[in-house]
Design a protein around this ligand. Structure first.
Ligand code: FAD
Length: 338
């Protein structure tokens, strides 16, 4: 089948990853990436960018592990290649520490990250308010670099890019055969999904080049992630809060909580403050449906709702979305034969 026209809506880490996967795997499709905002203005740009495992309630664990493994392997290959500096992807080692010993001391992802182990008593002495910890190596992206690198890779695979707000899917039904929706929080209005909601997050970038290891509190609210150019410290998780302005009270709280974990941070210079809205949902929506648009049946593949784990899961869910696009093509071929 020649020249199937695919539109991917959204140029955050999920849309770009999905567009790259489709354009590289299906050269007989013409793929166009449509988005209202591109880097550096997406939520993905400001994410701390650490690959951090998660478990969603209603998705089979094996599928989630495969999302995580695909993403981990993809980013690890970049981190260990000559692309690492341009893509801004690096290995990151450190500790996640708990005030109470967790019920499950060995989480499901322990075999997916590198060198997972429980922290020793000696290591724990550094964190007197905490009782238990995990040490392991994961990956971290400088997201703006990574997004630009993905966009370049997409264009190299023949992909087209268009800056445009899509008000509804009908607008696309004449020009495209398959629509892939990676619009994040935009899905609330674009496809009327009332299950999507924002979780506001504020982070600071500070100058602290002496810090080399990540430190994350087990509650996920306080973290210190050294990157290539600066250290990202956070954070906040404010559900249904749409404010995009920096909150000085949050800044103060972040500095205090992080300095409690790592006292040397009280000496660090604050370089920038940033707020983003995580496109949250009970579980990410990675599925296909057929939608009736202007009298035509148009296959739509959804890939959105990654919440606080878009960088972590983007490549894995993009591979799933590619599989769903293949299924759409297969059905279109069958229909053409009828
Ligand atoms: P976005 O980046 O929001 O992109 C959505 C795209 O869709 C944009 O291009 C937008 O313009 C476009 N769009 C929307 N509606 C329309 C429309 N109608 N027409 C055209 N275009 C449209 N995740 C991690 O894995 N690790 C982390 O360490 C991490 N840290 C974070 C820290 C903070 C403070 C925050 C806020 C988030 C963090 N996240 C992290 C979460 C991560 O940022 C998100 O999960 C991820 O950015 C979601 O990517 P996305 O592509 O779905 O959405």
């Amino acid at each position: 089948m020649k020249h199937v026209r695919v539109a991917v809506v959204g140029a955050g880490v999920v849309g770009l990853s999905t567009a790259v996967c489709i354009a590289e795997a299906l050269p007989h499709c013409s793929v166009t990436l449509l988005a209202e905002k591109f880097s550096p203005d997406t939520t993905s740009d400001g994410a701390a960018g650490i690959l951090w495992p998660v478990t969603f309630p209603d998705i089979p664990l094996e599928r989630q592990r495969s999302w995580l493994k695909d993403s981990f392997d993809h980013l690890l290959a970049i981190a260990q290649s000559q692309h690492s500096p341009e893509a801004g992807v690096m290995l990151s080692s450190g500790w996640t520490i708990f005030k109470e010993v967790p019920a499950n001391k060995k989480p499901h992802f322990s075999d997916l990250v590198i060198g997972f182990r429980n922290m020793t008593d000696n290591e724990m002495k550094r964190f007197p308010d905490h009782k238990f910890g995990h040490a392991f190596t994961t990956l971290k992206c400088e997201c703006s670099s990574y997004l630009l690198w993905l966009e370049k890779r997409f264009r190299k695979a023949g992909g087209q890019v268009e800056k445009r707000k899509v008000n509804n899917l009908q607008e696309l039904s004449d020009s495209y055969d398959i629509i892939v929706n990676c619009s994040g929080l935009g899905s609330k209005t674009l496809v009327g999904d009332s299950e999507v909601y924002p979780v506001r997050g504020q982070v600071l970038k500070v100058e602290a080049p002496w810090l080399k290891h990540f430190i994350r509190d087990g509650d996920g609210k306080t973290y210190i992630y050294p990157g290539i150019h600066s250290v990202t410290i956070g954070g906040t998780r404010q559900e249904d809060d749409w404010r995009l302005e920096v909150d000085k009270g949050d800044t103060q709280g972040i500095l205090e909580r992080c300095s409690q974990l790592e006292p040397s941070l009280s000496k660090a210079k604050v370089l920038s403050e940033w707020v983003g809205l995580r496109p949250s949902r009970k579980c990410p929506r990675v599925e296909r449906e057929v939608v009736r648009l202007q009298g035509r049946s148009v296959p739509v593949v959804h890939n959105y709702g990654h919440g606080a784990w878009g960088v972590t899961l983007a490549w894995g869910t993009a591979q799933d979305a590619l599989g769903l696009v293949r299924q759409c093509l297969h059905e279109m071929k069958l229909q053409a034969k009828l």
